[in-house]
Design a protein around this ligand. Structure first.
Ligand SMILES: [Zn+2]
Length: 61
């Protein structure tokens, strides 16, 4: 019954890496711990997998 959860970026499964669930615009997504920094700092790189995501503002420059 349960589907294997995969990272939206690298497609590694929950059997290989820790996977985190999150929601965006009412949809549920899953991402591995390795790619959370991409979601935080380079959100625009995820535009193909998260349609409508806004570019992350560059806070350090
Ligand atoms: Zn990943």
């Amino acid at each position: 019954m349960s589907k294997i959860t995969k990272c939206i970026v690298c497609h590694k499964t929950e059997n290989e890496v820790p996977i985190i669930n999150f929601k965006f615009k009412g949809k549920k997504y899953t991402i591995c711990s390795q790619h959370i920094p991409v979601l935080i700092h380079k959100a625009q790189d995820l535009d193909s997998v998260l349609p409508g995501i806004q570019p992350t503002e560059d806070e350090n420059q």
